[in-house]
Design a protein around this ligand. Structure first.
Ligand SMILES: *Cc1c(COP(=O)(O)O)cnc(C)c1O
Ligand SMILES: [Zn+2]
Length: 465
């Protein structure tokens, strides 16, 4: 299989290629990111996406059950007998009418893709199954990642469920949501809490993996992004293979944004979709590197010859200012997105836009997602908050078909939820206020009642519900 799939440098001026047998997280020649690339002409590509539906009939087989690997003809880098799967990708596309109304969309036009339904509770499992598969192909026994929480939970669950790998997870101090930290601990991962933030942990884990030949599972790993393409495949499947008008996704390290663009470009190239949707990437205002570079400084993909000095200058100034990423949406609290340049390619291909939203907008949107469906963690709600903004600006029309990616499960970060709704805990209130969240227009506060039946009945009557 090795000559049909290979790794290729993103830089058009280098374009070096490498075997898929090498665990690489950047081009050894020039340092650019790598893509997994395929010789599609010599591969058995499905003639239409509908062909893949037939695989559902064999869902008692683990590879057909997986919401990633039943699409493996579209990410054909691994032999079947090397695939590591725990049944990821059983997710749901919800036609969320009350959320549509909130965002200013027509009924039936706003869909929520609930990636929190994955085994570890976030979309990360789509990518981790691919990274673990590649690790297995290369014979790796040790794997590591840096994480704002969900990558570590995902890596840890693959280690605990398969018993094939020993894993180390690097997390920053302080800002990790407890739901996520609890998973890494419960699944038995060796957990290192670095005295620093995510960006610091990211730099350290890369150094450690290089030094000690540990397999790196962050989204710098091009194989992880291959797995995340399946999110797009499942969305199309749920829409009966019709292309939506917009895909709206929160932007952190920009792995999803990068992966989605690649998936869509490949589908178009293979003649499996007639057109590309537009892409909106939503930053939190407190971690808005992409927004600043793309919307304010005009940074563009430019055929792969993007303005690197502009990026370098931005980071030098960021460093000098001492500013740290700061948002309640901890999963996207990242100032140095490692997949920045790949995301530029996606934005270019999908006529994309980038927006920033405040923590207030994020938590209000999150309350709406909860009240109108399954709920999500704060970072995920950035996609709904971003849709509402783009709708208000007239960039998205009310009749457009929009899919918002809900990246993580509602239970990941109960502090943010309880803080918003209850208003009773001074520590949680302080945390919200420190992030500019002062109004809680959609709060659903619990009501204290005496332990007496008549008083309880009165409280229910008075509530008018
Ligand atoms: C990792 C993560 C993100 C950020 O995704 P990127 O692909 O790194 O941009 C957003 N939301 C949640 C819940 C996450 O776990
Ligand atoms: Zn290169």
């Amino acid at each position: 299989m090795s000559d049909l799939a290979y790794q290729k440098c993103l830089s058009p001026d280098c374009a070096a290629t490498y075997s898929v047998d090498e665990p690489l997280t950047g081009c050894p020649k020039c340092g650019a990111l790598l893509d997994v690339t395929y010789d599609w002409d010599r591969l058995p590509v499905p003639k239409s996406l509908r062909e893949i539906e037939a695989r559902w009939g064999r869902r008692n087989e683990p590879l057909e059950f997986s919401g990633v690997w039943r699409f493996r003809q579209l990410l054909p880098f691994a032999p079947d007998n090397k695939i590591v799967t725990i049944g990821e990708g059983q997710t749901i596309l919800q036609d969320a009418r009350s959320v549509a109304a909130y965002a200013g969309m027509n009924p039936g036009k706003l869909f929520l893709q609930h990636e929190g339904l994955n085994p570890s509770g976030s979309f990360k499992d789509n990518g981790m199954t691919a990274a673990m598969t590649h690790a297995h192909m290369t014979g790796a026994k040790h794997a590591a990642c840096a994480s704002t929480g969900n990558t570590s939970a995902s890596l840890a669950i693959y280690a605990s469920s398969t018993r094939q790998f020993k894993v180390i997870v690097f997390v920053g101090s302080g800002k990790i949501a407890y739901g996520k930290l609890s998973q890494a601990l419960d699944y038995g991962a060796h957990t290192l809490q670095i005295q620093g933030d995510f960006d610091d942990a990211m730099l350290q884990v890369q150094a450690v993996c290089k030094e000690s030949k540990i397999y790196l599972c962050n989204s710098l790993n091009p194989f992880r992004l291959e797995g995340q393409k399946a999110i797009i495949f499942r969305i199309l499947e749920s829409l009966r293979w019709e292309v939506p008008d917009w895909i709206v996704v929160p932007g952190g390290n920009l792995g999803n944004s990068s992966s989605f663009g690649k998936a869509l470009l490949e589908l178009k190239q293979l003649g499996l979709i007639p057109r590309l949707p537009r892409l909106a990437i939503i930053n939190a205002q407190g971690a808005n590197t992409l927004y600043q570079l793309y919307e304010e400084h005009g940074l563009r993909w430019n055929g792969g010859r993007f303005d690197q000095p502009l990026i370098d200058k931005f980071y030098v100034e960021l460093e000098a200012s001492g500013a740290k990423a700061d948002t309640l949406a901890t999963a996207i609290q990242i100032n140095r997105p490692v997949n920045l340049t790949k995301a530029l390619r996606s934005l270019d291909a999908c006529d994309g836009v980038v927006r920033e939203v405040t923590d207030q907008e994020i938590l209000d949107a999150k309350a709406q997602v909860g009240a109108g469906g399954f709920g999500c963690e704060p970072a995920s709600a950035a996609s709904v908050a971003g849709t509402k903004r783009l709708r208000a600006e007239g960039v998205i029309a009310p009749s457009d078909r929009v899919v918002c990616i809900l990246t993580g499960h509602q239970l990941k970060d109960p502090d943010a939820t309880v803080g918003y709704h209850s208003g009773h805990d001074p520590k949680l209130q302080q945390m919200l206020h420190a992030h500019g969240v002062h109004a809680m227009p959609y709060a659903n506060a619990p009501l204290g009642v005496p332990n007496q039946l008549d008083q309880i009945l009165k409280a229910i009557r008075d509530s008018g519900r």
